[in-house]
Design a protein around this ligand. Structure first.
Ligand code: CO
Length: 215
């Protein structure tokens, strides 16, 4: 494992390499950021946002938490989303889950983990709502991986259901929300084909813009 002084030495070497490639990179970046993407991913150390999609600092705004959940009462995630949409005006939100997610596994293992159980309760609910489909899969790994996919699909909806996103669409701001899943085994991310880019794609019960307009 690298020592802390080695990390700082790594940092100097990295900054030198970037500057050698583009002498004004940091100077330019220090003045503004204009990323087109918001990444909402798992906190897992094996799923680093920028590296996976080959983007430089300044090109992707990032929020990560255990099991890439978008919970409407989570001020952290909601604040990130609001800032990304209303100030940075990102064009795409990428919800990126990953197979073999420890958070998903922990939600189903039936043991007590501490504070995290409250967070993972969201996943237990998701499992329960899809129990019939889930239980038809024999392999435990496949069952967990299927839940990793279902979780991404649900979080894409959770993003789309926020007032922040629906107000953006109402203003005519282009905003597309995508669901991806990443494989730790081969380093490849896959689009789950569940993108949402307009309020017409939402169930009526989750559309809030008309209510906002009346208010
Ligand atoms: Co994870």
């Amino acid at each position: 494992m690298a020592k802390l002084y080695e990390l700082l030495a790594n940092n100097v070497a990295w900054a030198d390499r970037v500057k050698a490639d583009d002498p004004h990179f940091f100077e330019r970046l220090s003045k503004t950021q204009a990323p087109e993407y918001l990444w909402i991913g798992c906190a897992d150390s094996r799923v680093p946002a920028n590296e996976i999609i080959g983007l430089l600092p300044g090109e992707v705004f990032v929020h990560r938490n255990i099991a890439n959940l978008v919970v409407h009462t989570d001020f952290n995630c909601m604040s990130v989303l609001e800032y990304a949409v209303e100030v940075l005006k990102v064009k795409h939100v990428l919800v990126v889950g990953h197979y073999g997610c420890g958070g998903i596994r922990a939600a189903l293992d039936g043991t007590h983990h501490g504070l995290i159980d409250n967070w993972l309760y969201n996943i237990k609910n998701l499992y329960y709502r899809n129990k019939y489909r889930m239980d038809s899969i024999d392999s435990e790994d496949e069952r967990l991986n299927f839940l990793c996919e279902l979780n991404v699909m649900q979080q894409v909806k959770n993003v789309a259901h926020t007032h922040v996103v629906q107000r953006a669409w109402e203003r005519g701001q282009p905003l597309n929300i995508h669901g991806w899943i990443y494989s730790l085994r081969d380093g490849l991310a896959k689009d789950l084909g569940v993108s949402i880019q307009s309020p017409e794609e939402l169930a009526d019960e989750f559309r809030v813009v008309n209510g906002l307009k009346d208010g």
